[in-house]
Each structure stands twice: as C-alpha cells, then as structure tokens.
Design a protein around this ligand. Structure first.
Ligand code: G6P
Length: 368
C-alpha cells in the first residue's frame, strides 16, 4: 500500500491533492449535448416521473450528511423543490409523515453504512423510490436502491473523507441543475451553470496551490484545544465539515455553527484560547458576516477568514486570510472545502496524529 502513496505522507494528503482529477471523473458524461443540463443514466426514472416529485428527502451519516445539507441548499435555491435532510439513523426510527410524491436519495461513499442501509430499507418498505449516491459499485446500498449515481472517484483509503465528500457536493449541484432545467431554469442560466460546474477542478487546483501557506497557518494553530467553524447558507454545512475533520484527525474539540447563531450561545466560548475559522465569501450577506467576525475580534478571539479574492475586509478583523477564487454558487461549497481539509490535515500532522487511522473511527460503520 505504501507504494501507492508515492510522494505523499498519508492517504488523506494524497486524496486531498487528487481532488481535481476525482471531480473530473465524477462529472464525466454527466452533461447533455446542448450544454445546458445534466444527464443521469442510472436513475431509472423518466423525466415525466421526476417532474411529478414535489419533495425530496436526503439521508446519510457523517460527512455524507453534510453533503446532503449542501444538496438541500442548492436544490431548493435552483430547482425550487422542497428538500428535507435527515440523519439516516434518525429517519429510520422517527416515522416521519411522508407524501406519496416524495423521492428519496441516500448518500453513502462506501454503500455499506448500516444506518443508511436501514433507512433505505425503511423508505422502500413504505413504497418509496430510493436512489443512491454512492462510490462503491456493487455495494449493498447500490444493489438495494432503485437506481442512482456513482461517484467514480476510486477507493478512498483515508478514514477522514475528502474526495468522496467533494464529489458528493458536485453531484448534488448537478442534480440541482437537472431538476431545475425541468422546471423553471432558463437555457442560458443552465449553460452558465454547466460551465461553472466544469470549472470546479481548475478552481480546486488554485486553492491547492495555497497549501504551503495554509500549512504555515496550521502550525500557528495546532496547539489550541478548541476551535469554532462558522459559515452561512451553503457554507454552513462546510463549517460543520471543517469542524468534523478537525475533530476526527487532530482530536481538537471543534464546533461548526451558522455564523449568525453564534450570538445565541457559542460566543460564550470565544476567548484568546478559542480561534474561529470563518467563511465570508463575496455575496449578499458579506457585510453581516463581517460583523460576526468583528464580534469575535471584540472578544479577543483569533480569526482565520476564508473569503473571496477581491473582497476587502476591514483592517484588523482577520488574523489570517485565505482567498478563494471567485466562483458560481453551485461550486462554492466544493471550493470552500479545500482550505478546511488542508488546515485540519496540517494541524493533525503538526500534532503527530495518525491521520489515516484516527482512534475510535472506522472507514465504514457496519454495526448500528
Ligand atoms: C463513517 C466514516 C465517515 C463517513 C460515514 C458515512 O463514520 O468514518 O467518514 O462519513 O461513515 O460513510 P458512508 O460510507 O456511508 O458515506
């Protein structure tokens, strides 16, 4: 296995840097010839059937659940179909009231997570169609679902998910496009959206080029015991993902929160001992995000701000700044994930942690 590592120290590092190629693989063949919409061969659902659907439910666990939350945001934003997201393990026992015209998606890299498989079986028992977004051909979830989409990113070895996650985000964005173009997204908006999705690998490459700088930042933050990750809208789930990555591989306690909710509780944690990673991309609520950062600075918290190239932050609000290339909303979550993957990876390395095999965790959890 070490031979497969090449020049990398860990599989997680290799898989982070492999993401431009992984994203290419995930979207290969997924676009229609007219360049304005998507193609999904394996859904086993006619366009007419899909147009009937008036509600979607996305289920998953761990990192996949975060990808479900991003899919919810993009589908509601662009396709205007209500989406509900649940932890597979909760859905299974919750007995949610469901309308007939509901379609289920289960998200699972391995296709073997028992909670997700149990949720799939429960939805099928109740007569619903269940589609899977899955990275493992022939897995239990692939076999038992009614159809789906393979991620095609190759095996992921590092326990902390990286390329599987970003490819799930990209596929969620493409599903949003597919449904949107059956409803009220225009041809021109579709063309622009497709171009944006196709640019994801190049955008990710540009963030990866900043790895040496992010590594320097990581060295300065590796000794903390607590950290906050804050973001809004489609980057709230990425804040959750950043916090999860850091917990998983560095054992630093971290919490992800919607930035504006901070004042309703977590702000009590802010002190010089608890830095915050902040997503503040260009957009309508940029100024609101900046005021949330200022609330942290006023309490002497250190801030690592992830913003968009060309955005000006008031002096003194950011102790560290990481720039993302400007991009379409559909790919922003993918692009914004890269710095928090690198940050948690380098922090864990700095702390001497066993990055690829963190304590107490399994790559796929096949017991309840
Ligand atoms: C485990 C892994 C996580 C993963 C989750 C769901 O807990 O450690 O990294 O996100 O399972 O896995 P799945 O294979 O269903 O995506």
């Amino acid at each position: 296995a070490d031979a497969e590592l090449g020049d990398y120290r860990h599989f997680m590092e290799k898989e982070i840097f492999e993401q431009p190629a992984a994203l290419e693989n995930a979207m290969r063949g997924r676009f229609a010839e007219d360049g304005s919409t998507a193609l999904f061969g394996g859904l086993n659902l006619t366009p007419a059937e899909l147009r009937q659907v008036d509600r979607l439910v996305f289920l998953g666990c761990g990192t996949a659940w975060h990808a479900c939350l991003v899919a919810e945001h993009l589908i509601e934003r662009f396709a205007r179909v209500p989406v509900e997201v649940d932890y597979a393990s909760e859905f299974r026992y919750r007995n949610t009231p469901l309308d007939r015209d509901t379609l289920f998606f289960v998200m699972s890299q391995s296709g073997e997570t028992i909670d997700t498989l149990g949720a799939l079986r429960e939805a099928k028992r109740k007569g619903f169609k269940v589609l899977a977004i899955n990275n493992t051909v022939g897995s239990s979830i692939a076999r038992e679902s009614d159809g789906g989409i393979y991620q095609h990113v190759g095996p992921e070895i590092g326990v902390a998910s990286t390329k599987a996650f970003t490819s799930q985000l990209l596929l969620g964005a493409i599903i949003a496009l597919y449904i949107a173009r059956m409803r009220d997204m225009s041809f021109n908006d579709g063309v622009e959206y497709v171009k944006a999705v196709k640019s994801a690998p190049a955008l990710v490459r540009r963030v990866l080029e900043q790895a040496p700088r992010i590594r320097e930042i990581a060295k300065r933050y590796a000794h903390y015991k607590d950290m906050l990750f804050l973001g809004r809208l489609s980057l709230f789930p990425i804040a959750l993902e950043g916090a999860l990555k850091l917990k998983e591989i560095s054992y630093i306690h971290a919490e992800g929160y919607p930035a504006a909710e901070m004042k309703h509780g977590p702000i009590a944690l802010v002190s010089p001992e608890c830095p915050a990673v902040f997503f503040a991309p260009r957009g309508e609520i940029f100024n609101k995000l900046v005021s949330s950062i200022q609330e942290i600075k006023a309490r002497h918290g250190k801030t690592i701000v992830i913003t968009t190239e060309g955005c000006e932050l008031p002096p003194g609000v950011a102790d560290e700044i990481i720039y993302l290339p400007d991009c379409h909303e559909a790919v922003l979550p993918v692009v914004a994930t890269i710095p928090v993957q690198l940050l948690s990876y380098y922090i864990a390395v700095e702390r001497g942690c066993d990055v690829d095999k963190p304590r107490n965790l399994a790559k796929s959890v096949t017991v309840e």
